[in-house]
Structures are given as C-alpha cells and as structure tokens.
Design a protein around this ligand. Structure first.
Ligand code: UD1
Ligand code: UDP
Length: 381
C-alpha cells in the first residue's frame, strides 16, 4: 500500500513521527510512505529540529508554501498536493489534525478521489470562529477512515451522522470511524525516556525540577487581540509576584511578532525586567517533554500541550474559552479560563493548593499507530 502523508505545522511533524515509527517497526514491507511537507512551518526550530531528533524520515517533497493569508496559503498547498497525488497515485492520503495543511490535503484529495485518512478526527470546539474548527469539520466529512483519539471525539462524529457500525469496503460515502487512542500519547511514552537521557534544557535555563511553570501561547485569538494578550501577560506577572515562582515560555514565532505589536511599551518593559519570566525560543520535542515532565503547572492554549500536561500528570490552566479535550476538564485535571485575568489567577491558585488530582487513562495504550496501520491495510488495499 502506498500512502502520501501531509505535514506542515509543528504538531503534525511530531504526530507523523508516531505513524512513521509504527510503519518502520512492523509494516515496512507492506506500507510505502511518501512524506510531503507543505512548508507551513519553516523556521529551523519549528520544523527541521524535529526531523533530526525524532528519527522521522525526511520529507520526500517540500512545497515551501510558507506563511500567508488563509486563502493564499491554502490555495498554494492545494495546487502542490493535487499534482503530487496525480503523480504518485497513492492508495490514500494521511492527514493530521486541523491546520491549513490538513484542509488543503482534504480538498485536493477528495476532488480526485484519493481516500482520506484523518488522524485526530472528531475533535470539536463548537466554535466556528476558529480556523481549526472549519478545517477539521471539512476534513472529517471528506474522509474515508477517521481515527478519533477520544471518546468525546467519536461521539461527536456519531452526532454528525457517522455510522459507527458501518463495515468495509469504506469510502467517502461509507466512512469508517474508529476510537483508537492518541498518536501523541504513543509519542510521549516512546520519547519520555530519551528525553531524560538527552535533554539539558533545565540546566541550560537554570530551572529546578518542580519549581517552575511551563507556558505556551500561540492561538490567534490570544495573540492577535491586544487586550487578551495584555491580560494574559499581566496575569503571568501577577502569579510570578505572588508565588515567587519561575515561568518558562518557549515563544511561538507568531507570539513573538504579536507581542511587539500588541503589548504596550510599559508592559514589554515589565516583561523584559522580570528575570523569573524566561522567554525562550521554541524548543525541540525532547526538551519540551523535559520541560513538561518537570514543571509544577502548565499554562497553555496549545491543544497538544494540554494533552501532554495530562500524560505527564501536570495540572493545566487552559487559556481558551473552550477545549476539544473535554475529558481533561471533566476529570478536574484542567480548567478553562480563556483570557480572563481573574479566572487565570483563580485556576492557578486552585492548582497550587490542590495535590489530589486524578489522571485516568483516557488516551489509549500507546499503540494507536499500530492500530491505524492495521486498519489501513485491512480497509484500503
Ligand atoms: C498553525 C495552525 C494551528 C496550530 C499551529 C501549531 C492553522 C490555521 N493554524 O498556527 O492550528 O495550532 O500552527 O503551532 O493552520 N511563523 C514563522 N515561522 C514559522 C512559522 C510561522 O515566523 O516557521 C510566523 C509567521 O509570521 C506566520 C505566523 O507565525 O504568519 C503564523 O503561522 P501559521 O502557520 O499561519 O499559523 P500558526 O499560528 O503557526
Ligand atoms: N512543542 C515543542 N516545542 C515547543 C512548543 C511545543 O516541541 O517549543 C510541541 C509540544 O510538545 C506538542 C506540539 O509541539 O507536541 C504542540 O504544538 P503547538 O502547540 O504548536 O500546536 P497545537 O497542538 O496547539 O496545534
């Protein structure tokens, strides 16, 4: 079986490592994978670093699309992906998550009848102002095989009319949807030990185990609106002052740019002069795992980081008005606070004073990649 895998944004490169590893370990003689990088992310520390570190096969093709407005960026990707599919004639295209690279792959493939495999299907924020919500809904509804990491995800698909009892042969008109665990959980388990051995990020940044907060911010809803970005940084500064705790914040390039535009000079001066707030460049995945595992609390608007907080049993303050990972909130391991300064502070206070937090097994058995390979082989060839 021949598959074309589309990656583009940082989390997709990381997720793809899980499937490529499963193929390499068990299905090398049965599945040929062609990796196409759209070039949505292109900085060394947003892309190349992951190939070096995670042992992912280098992309066979890079479309070098780069940044741009949604339509412009997506259109360039569609054009490039369509041509690759016409040339390669794969049995399926594999798409991850909900970025513009995902949507472009779905549009290109569905029009020329290449079956779509969507990994991380069924997740919903029920907020259509998010570009990701549109991308994931459209991709799900054009897919032939849908792999949902969570129970909530598979239930969302059922609500939208997917028949969970449908049987092979699957097609876009008779899709197969499966609840199979999370490929990111496979990765966190696999790379955790390697991170212990190889990462020096704590020493490099003078951080003590359990003595700091890890934070990431990159959602356009937070970065592009001055009042929201301001409220988030004011809350962080207040927490640092109150608890005399360090914050480490690997800065997404979007956020670095928007901080210059959207924060007042006075706030930027306060941020720069606060030595307990460490703004650092984006880190590698092994460094990120080390930062997550050794943190006290995680404060983030990232989908992936919310889940990794849970995998490593850290409470999470979610800087969004809703989450696709509802199970984390339902079991008390995470709280939704949006960009409301008061809510950020009170969620933080809660987790500083609560030790008894449950982290039940919600994301499978670490073998989601293997399950997906088996299903693809069974259903697509
Ligand atoms: C994208 C995804 C988002 C995902 C995130 C993961 C969409 C609509 N959004 O958001 O779902 O959570 O990736 O990180 O697909 N930039 C650089 N260097 C890079 C990449 C980006 O400087 O290597 C800057 C550019 O100024 C660019 C901005 O970041 O305009 C935003 O990049 P883009 O890929 O459009 O969206 P993300 O915010 O990264
Ligand atoms: N990540 C990383 N280095 C960083 C920040 C994040 O390796 O400096 C990893 C993180 O561990 C997770 C993924 O990137 O696996 C999440 O990506 P991101 O937050 O960019 O996007 P989202 O998950 O919100 O789509």
């Amino acid at each position: 079986m021949k598959i074309v895998t589309i990656i583009g944004a940082r989390p997709q490169i990381i997720k793809a490592a899980g499937l490529s590893r499963a193929i390499g370990e068990n299905y090398n003689d049965k599945i040929e994978e062609i990796i196409v990088h759209t070039g949505q992310h292109y900085d060394q520390n947003m892309s190349e670093v992951f190939f070096e570190e995670l042992g992912i096969p280098r992309p066979n093709i890079n479309l070098s699309v780069g940044s741009g407005k949604h339509g412009e960026q997506t259109a360039k990707m569609i054009t490039g992906i369509e041509q690759i599919l016409l040339d390669e004639k794969p049995d399926a295209i594999v798409l991850y998550g909900d970025t513009n690279s995902t949507l472009a792959g779905a549009i290109a493939a569905s029009k020329i009848h290449v079956p779509i495999v969507h990994i991380e299907a069924g997740l919903r924020s029920y907020n259509k102002s998010m570009p990701e919500e549109i991308n994931r809904i459209m991709c799900d509804h054009a897919s032939t095989l849908l792999f949902s990491p969570t129970k909530a995800g598979i239930e969302n698909l059922e609500k939208e009319g997917f028949d969970l009892s449908s049987v092979s042969p699957f097609s876009a008109d008779n899709p197969g949807a499966f609840h199979c665990g999370d490929i990111m959980y496979d990765n966190s388990l696999y790379f955790s030990e390697l991170s212990d051995e190889r990462s020096n990020v704590l020493q490099e940044n003078g951080l003590k185990k359990g003595g700091y907060v890890l934070s990431t911010i990159h959602r356009n809803d937070n970065t592009d609106q001055p009042e929201r970005l301001t409220a988030i940084f004011e809350a962080i500064l207040e927490i640092i002052e109150k608890y005399k705790i360090e914050f480490v914040l690997p800065l997404h390039p979007r956020t670095a740019k928007q901080m210059e535009i959207n924060l007042s000079q006075e706030l930027r001066r306060r941020i720069e002069s606060e030595i307990r707030l460490k703004l650092i460049d984006p880190v590698s995945f092994l460094d990120m795992i080390a930062l997550e595992k050794n943190s006290k609390i995680i404060v983030t608007d990232s989908g992936g980081v919310q889940k990794e907080a849970f995998f490593f049993e850290k409470p999470c303050v979610i800087l969004r008005p809703e989450t696709e990972w509802v199970e984390l909130v339902e079991c008390g391991a995470a709280q939704i606070v949006g960009w409301d300064k008061g809510l950020i502070l009170s969620a933080f206070d809660h987790y500083m004073s609560t030790a008894d937090i449950q982290f039940p097994a919600l994301f499978g058995d670490g073998k989601a990649g293997k399950f997906m390979c088996e299903k693809m082989l069974e259903s697509l060839k």
